[in-house]
Design a protein around this ligand. Sequence first.
Ligand SMILES: NC(=O)c1ccc[n+]([C@@H]2O[C@H](COP(=O)([O-])OP(=O)(O)OC[C@H]3O[C@@H](n4cnc5c(N)ncnc54)[C@H](OP(=O)(O)O)[C@@H]3O)[C@@H](O)[C@H]2O)c1
Length: 315
Amino acid sequence: MAEIRIGHSQVYAEQLGLGANAVDGHNLFSNLEDAVGKQVVRTALDNGINLIDTAYAYGNGRSEELIGEVLKEKDYDRSRIMIATKAAHVPNEKRTFDNSPEFLKQSVENALRRLQTDYIDIFYIHFPDESTPKNEAVAALHELKEAGKIRAVGVSNFSLEQLKEANQDGYVDVVEDKFSLIHRSAEKELFPYLEQNKISFVPYFPLASGLLTGKYQLGQEKQFSEGDPRRNNPDFQGERFETILQAVDQLRPIANKYEASVAQLVLAWYMKHPRISVVIPGAKKPEQVAANAKSLDIHLSNEDYQEIDRLFQGF
Ligand SMILES: NC(=O)c1ccc[n+]([C@@H]2O[C@H](COP(=O)([O-])OP(=O)(O)OC[C@H]3O[C@@H](n4cnc5c(N)ncnc54)[C@H](OP(=O)(O)O)[C@@H]3O)[C@@H](O)[C@H]2O)c1
C-alpha cells in the first residue's frame, strides 16, 4: 500500500494507524489494563500499522510511557514507526489548555522522555487555548521541527478561523479533527482550506466510538458505566442511535461482497477518501486491532465507495 506524505514534512505513513487513547487512558475509560494496552500496540506494529496516535491527555502521560516501553522491548525499526502525540492540557486541571511557546516546548521534552525517543514524528497542539496567538504557538513547533525534535507540525480541534491564524506562515502540516461517516461537517468546513494549503487530515472517532463496527443492534440501546464518554453521547441514544444503526445495517451486504466486517469496510472507505491521510481507529483489545488491520487488504470499488457515501449523506 502506498505511503502518504504528511503535509510539507518528510513524514510518510501508511494509511492505517492506531488510536491509542485506550492504551492506559484510565482517565477516559474504566477497566483498562497496562498489559492489554501494550499488547494492543504490539499487535498494531506486527500487523502493518506504522503510526501510533497518542497524547499526554491519555492517562496523563501513561499512554506515551507504555508505547515507549513497547518500542524498546523488541527490534522494532524506529525509523519505520511514526509516533504522533499531542499536548495542551495543563496537568491536574480539568480542560485547561496552554499553547504558550514555553509550555509546548516543555511538553515536547516531557513527551520525548516518556516515549524514550529522540524525536516525535507528528506533534499536535491538542486544543487551542484562549490567549496565545495561534501563529506564535505554531511557530514554536516550527522551531522544534527545525531543531529535529519533531518532524511534522499539527493542530487539533481548531476551528477554520483558528486554523487560518495558526497557518499564517504556512507551518501547519496536519490537522486532526472529528470526522466519520456520521459526523461529516469537516467536509464542508475544513476540507477546501486543507486542500488549498496541502495540509493533511487525520479524522478522529472514525468508528464513531464503535457504532460503525456493526456490533450494536437495533432496539438494543446500550448503557455505559459512569464516566464512560459514550454514556452521554447523543449518538448512542434514542432516535439518532436507531437512524445510525439503520444506515449501518445497509453496509452489511456491501461488506459481505468483500468477505469483510462492517468495521473493515468503513475503514477501507476512509482510506479511499481523497482528503483523508491516515485513519486511526482506537482499540481496547488486541483482537480488534488485528481485525482492523485487515482493512488494508480491501480494495473498494469506486461504485461501492460512492454507494457508502450516499448511504450516509444525510448525516
Ligand atoms: N485529537 C483529539 O482531540 C482526539 C479526540 C478523540 C480521539 N482521538 C484519537 O482518535 C482515536 C480514535 O478515537 P476513538 O478510539 O475514541 O474512537 P473510534 O476509533 O471511533 O472507536 C474505537 C473503539 O471502537 C471499538 N472497536 C474498535 N475496533 C473494533 C472492532 N474491530 N470491532 C468491534 N469494536 C471495535 C473499541 O471500543 P469498545 O470495545 O469499547 O466498543 C474502540 O475503543 C483515539 O484513539 C485517539 O488516538 C483524538
